[in-house]
Design a protein around this ligand. Structure first.
Ligand code: 4AD
Ligand code: MG
Length: 462
């Protein structure tokens, strides 16, 4: 018999017909006459209850059906006698696909800590919490593609292996096929990358932006959505070494258009997730963060506050607040500063613009004051920076001057600089950290809990 997903059975139960469900046992309870199996198949946070007449199937037969085991159950779908569910199945037959020894299966009880679950990341998708998070993650990804598609953007695939360092951060993972224990050397003793796979030194990308700009200069509006890698040793609840980024890039947009796009985009995808993932968000709200739904509603219903970095720093200086990191004009803002502006001062998302050029990347459009660049960061409650972006420097001379000031090598980015020679145009874009978005929408507080297999310093086991 064909399997029906539990989500479909529970949303529109057509009763008194035979159905077949397959999934993993969450609990089994009951008495000597009847057993109740709560089954989950990942299609919804809700379990379906399977009622088993023990006399019919035999007590011995039921014994291996313990928490974590996988079964196929066939039976009559009837109105539920118990509370909290619309329908249940009166089993006529059960097939056991796989048992899970109660002595060794780690997910026996409810209420494991998130820390414990991180240690068994290979099994945690089986919990209610991670089921909810991963379904929300999926729907957010879908919403992002939908949004850009309806706005006429093209999904542009940028390389993961690159010879350039887009952010100038110098914290990249090297990619090589050379023997690291004994690499070939040039006469002056340096590693000879001409003998490496690509004929030069390569790394995993920290951002698809530079290549994305090439796409925008041909297709008008593009977005990337892919993994990015940063070897910073920042062991914080908001940093991963491997994270997913969405980077739209749009020809003819200026910084205001860029802010409008970022705000509209974020509101659309959050609203989409609230509509599609109502059960999962309600669960996380109840179990972890009672203000989650209110916070999501607040963000989609209010304008983001826009101000310059300079104005932001003034507010922080006047706040009388003692911050762990000192705040002054020129300082790179820390998450404590960002969250003060968002959560305490404005009480809404904030977009800061026009940062000092020293703390931002070389490609940002230079303002006439000679001190600031047309960058923008979108700051969110509980998260701090969720988006970083800018209008780009479209003028070849100004861009090359900045590259030289920063003593950057033009060797690996000549192709990028060329865009400013051949039909340059004003343009702007930004990068949304996907996991920070998932953090915000799920109300989780540690970024390791919103990606199936987090990659962090000293941790890439599974
Ligand atoms: O601000 P960032 O470094 O900007 C860029 O990479 C630009 N190339 C984007 C652009 O203009 N196209 O990173 C963008 C966003 C941040 O705002 C943050 O949300 C996220 O990426 N991010 C990280 N998320 C998780 N772990 C990390 N280590 C992250 N670093 C940045
Ligand atoms: Mg940034």
């Amino acid at each position: 018999m064909k399997r029906t997903k539990i989500a479909d059975l529970l949303t529109s139960p057509e009763l008194n017909r035979e159905v077949c469900v397959k999934g993993w046992v969450r609990t089994r309870r009951g008495n000597k006459n009847v057993a109740f199996i709560a089954l989950n198949d990942g299609s919804t946070i809700n379990n379906i209850q399977i009622v088993v007449d023990i006399e019919k199937l035999g007590e011995e037969f039921l014994k291996p059906i313990t928490t974590g085991s996988c079964i196929c159950a066939t039976g009559l779908l009837v109105e539920s006698q118990g509370q909290g569910q619309s329908a249940e199945i009166q089993a006529t037959a059960i097939d056991i696909y796989g048992t899970a020894d109660p002595v060794t299966y780690p997910l026996q009880k409810k209420g494991h800590t998130l820390e414990f679950l991180r240690e068994i990341a290979y099994l945690r998708p089986r919990t209610n919490t991670f089921g909810a998070i991963l379904r929300i993650r999926h729907h957010l990804a879908k919403a992002i593609h939908d949004y850009f598609d309806t706005q006429g953007f093209y999904y542009f695939h940028t390389p993961l292996i690159t010879g350039s360092d887009a952010e100038g951060a110098g914290s990249m993972f090297q990619v090589t096929t050379l023997d690291v224990a004994n690499p070939p050397r040039t006469p002056d003793g340096k590693v000879d990358y001409s003998q490496d796979f690509f004929g030069n030194a390569t790394n995993l990308t920290v951002s698809g932006q530079l290549e994305g700009e090439l796409g925008a200069m041909a297709l008008g509006g593009i977005y990337t959505f892919g993994p990015t890698f940063r070897a910073e040793n920042s062991n914080t609840p908001r940093h991963l070494a491997e994270f997913w980024m969405i980077e739209p890039e749009v020809a003819f947009n200026d910084i205001t258009d860029n802010m409008d796009l970022a705000e509209d985009f974020l509101k659309y995808i959050i609203k989409y997730a609230m509509e599609r993932c109502a059960d999962d968000i309600a669960f996380l709200d109840k179990m972890y963060d009672n203000e989650l739904t209110a916070r999501l509603n607040f963000v989609i219903n209010n304008d983001f506050k826009r101000l310059t970095y300079t104005e932001g720093v003034e507010i922080l200086e006047k706040s009388g607040r003692k911050f762990e990191f000192p705040v002054y004009w020129g300082a790179d803002l820390q998450s404590e500063h960002e969250r003060y502006l968002v959560e305490e001062h404005f009480k809404r998302p904030v977009i800061l613009t026009d940062y000092p050029k020293e703390i931002k990347s070389f490609y940002m459009k230079q303002n006439d004051d000679g001190k600031t660049v047309r960058g923008m960061d979108v700051l969110f409650p509980k998260i701090g920076e969720i988006i970083g972006g800018s209008e780009r420097e479209a003028d070849y001379d100004k861009l090359i001057q900045r590259v030289n000031e920063l003593k950057m090598s033009t060797e690996s980015i000549w192709w990028y600089l060329d865009t400013r020679k051949f039909g340059t145009a004003p343009h702007a874009g930004f990068g949304l950290g996907f996991e920070r978005l998932v953090l915000f929408v799920t109300g989780m507080t540690n970024i390791r809990d919103v990606i199936p297999f987090p990659r962090t310093p000293k941790n890439a086991a599974f």
